[in-house]
Design a binder for this molecule. Structure first.
Ligand code: 6GU
Length: 238
């Protein structure tokens, strides 16, 4: 998969993709990630990327021209109806639909090329969404100053699902959310620490019992802190 990130703060990403699974996936050429400064695509002599909103109001709005130029440069198309089937142009914005594990899995499976546009809190000219953007995503119900942290979240959640990104020693199958539940508690040595003992069931090597305990703990944890995950679409317990 190829990922292009468009941002007015390219330095934000200097080290964020240089660790752990994402770094390994880049080295193994499972993913290629390029970060671009939107300002490089500015068309006027002052390299302006934002301007005041028509109709008045606070803050600045990202201008359409640099983003249209950037998307055209990166994809060869300037209208989403001309995109390749495996291209996604994503705008990170608090007005987007909420990103989740299923969305990460869908992008990882379907997209060969992804362009992430980091919006600003104040906004992006609507014509970018109208003509260029295939998906508007938010990472949750809180306000960030810009889409940069959200873009790094989306990249991380997606890249770890690409075939080969996780070593054979780990797997995404047991992750929180992949089965709709949070993870069970985990312990490592020592078996007793400051008077706190590791649950006996984990020490006895009885795998059927351990699996049963883990499922029970995962369910109880989920019920306690995220009961919404146990509910179906209509609010009924599943
Ligand atoms: Cl994607 N952007 C901003 N600015 N704030 C957010 C967000 C995105 N997701 C949650 N809050």
């Amino acid at each position: 998969m190829k990922i292009d990130v468009l941002t007015i703060f390219p330095e934000y990403f200097d080290s964020i993709f240089e660790f752990g699974i994402i770094r390994r996936a880049k080295l193994a050429e499972i993913v290629e990630i390029n970060v671009h400064d939107i300002r490089e695509f500015a068309t006027d002599k002052h390299k302006m990327v934002d301007d005041r909103p028509f109709g008045g109001g606070d803050g600045m709005v990202l201008k359409p021209e640099p983003l249209f130029a950037a998307i055209e440069h990166l994809t060869g198309a300037s209208d989403r109806k001309d995109y390749r089937e495996d291209l996604r142009v994503v705008l990170l914005t608090p007005q987007g639909r909420q990103f989740n594990q299923q969305a990460a899995a869908d992008f990882a499976a379907e997209a060969e090329h992804m362009v992430l546009i980091c919006g600003r809190y104040e906004g992006v000219d609507e014509r970018v969404s109208e003509r260029l953007v295939t998906d508007e995503l938010s990472i949750g119900d809180y306000v960030l100053s810009g889409g940069e942290p959200a873009a790094s979240v989306v990249v991380d959640a997606m890249v770890r699902l690409l075939p080969g990104a996780l070593g054979s020693e780990t797997s995404a199958e047991n992750d929180s959310f992949s089965d709709g539940l949070l993870d069970c508690p985990q312990y490592t040595r020592p078996a007793e620490f400051r008077g706190m003992k590791v649950p006996e069931v984990l020490l006895n090597g009885h795998h059927a019992e351990i699996d049963k305990w883990r499922r029970k703990m995962a369910f109880e944890k989920t019920k306690k802190v995220r009961e919404d995950l146990l509910m179906g679409e209509n609010g009924e317990r599943e």
